[in-house]
Design a binder for this molecule. Structure first.
Ligand SMILES: *Cc1c(COP(=O)(O)O)cnc(C)c1O
Length: 223
């Protein structure tokens, strides 16, 4: 089932917001329906599922990885994945760099920032982002390109609270963007907003939204 895709895509286009269709748990057929409507950026959160789907589409599809990336699985995604949204440690970055070198690619990544008041979500604090970007070893990661930040708000109906969390992340994005800029650091993507809160996120300055259920319908399996 594909819901409202055209309207949402238009809504995003009018605001210069990139739309990543989060296709986790949804079938290749469903992804193909969106592809036929012009969608070219898809996101997955499990490596195995991503690999199974990626090989069934032409290379004009950009695949994003939005889940927690286990270090032993990095090598499977670095040959092709266009953006990893979920980097939350320097160690992970070093390992991604190593695999990117093997593939002769520059790997674009976002730092995942913790903004929610939920223990279940991953991410760095602002000071941890700074330490990571100031690490003496960072300049050696020639095959890494930091393209911005990603964050997930608390899962709540309290729109004020969500707005506040996104506002904080936007502020951090602007601050870090001024403070850090080099060959491999360029703060241009602010990935925030999912089906339930993307309007709030865009209102607070998001320029990339990750939408699953609002486009594909409800997920059958928890993801
Ligand atoms: C599943 C997922 C989404 C999409 O969630 P919906 O609520 O279905 O839009 C966005 N971002 C991440 C990191 C996800 O895991």
């Amino acid at each position: 089932m594909i819901n409202n895709y055209k309207e949402i895509k238009q809504w995003c286009d009018e605001r210069n917001v990139k739309l990543v269709a989060i296709s986790k748990t949804h079938s290749v057929e469903s992804i193909n329906l969106l592809y036929k409507q012009g969608q070219r950026i898809f996101g997955e959160n499990k490596v195995q599922e991503l690999l199974m789907k990626e090989c069934q589409f032409s290379p004009d599809v950009q695949w994003h990885f939005v889940g927690h990336l286990q270090t032993n699985k990095i090598k499977f995604v670095t040959p092709f994945v266009s953006l990893i949204h979920s980097v939350d440690s320097f160690k992970l970055l070093q390992k991604i760099n190593k695999q990117a070198i093997k593939n002769s690619r520059i790997q674009n990544v976002l730092l995942q920032v913790f903004i929610a008041d939920e223990k279940t979500k991953f991410g760095l604090s602002e000071s941890e982002c700074c330490s990571l970007l100031e690490d003496k070893e960072f300049v050696r990661l020639k095959n890494i390109h930091i393209s911005g930040l990603m964050g997930m708000a608390t899962n709540t109906n309290d729109e004020k609270k969500i707005g506040k969390e996104f506002k904080g992340l936007k502020k951090m994005f602007d601050t870090l963007g001024v403070k850090y800029s080099s060959d491999n650091i360029e703060f241009k993507i602010l990935s925030m907003g999912m089906s339930s809160d993307y309007r709030i996120a865009v209102n607070e300055g998001s320029n990339l939204v990750r939408l699953g259920s609002v486009i594909f319908g409800d997920r059958k399996i928890a993801g």
